[in-house]
Design a protein around this ligand. Structure first.
Ligand SMILES: [Zn+2]
Length: 101
């Protein structure tokens, strides 16, 4: 990964960009250099079940409960992605609908 980041820095260093795009690029390069890049196979990417059942990777940061269903705000501690998850308990097995935020 480090070699790829070095290559990215070298390839983009002298490209003329508007200041806002340079700032965005620098921000992402800095994240890569600090190792905050999204893990390519983060468990949250394939999981679409009950967020409380994924072994501590997912953290429920908010929940609004309605009659028969609820909405949860979920954050992945591994990659910092956030999701809105709707839980519908009106079936024999609860149904979950995930939406990336
Ligand atoms: Zn994740």
């Amino acid at each position: 990964m480090a070699a790829h980041v070095d290559a990215l820095v070298a390839a983009t260093r002298n490209i003329a960009l508007p200041p806002d795009r340079r700032a965005t690029l620098d921000h992402y390069i800095e994240r890569l250099q600090r190792g905050h890049a999204t893990p390519p196979r983060c468990p949250c990417q394939g999981y679409r079940g009950d967020p409380s059942q994924l072994g501590g990777t997912l953290r429920i940061t908010g929940r609004v409960t309605h009659a028969g269903w609820s909405e949860m705000r979920v954050t992945c501690d591994a990659c910092a992605r956030s999701f809105q998850v709707t839980e519908d308990v009106g079936y024999h097995v609860p149904q979950y609908d995930w939406r990336a935020l």
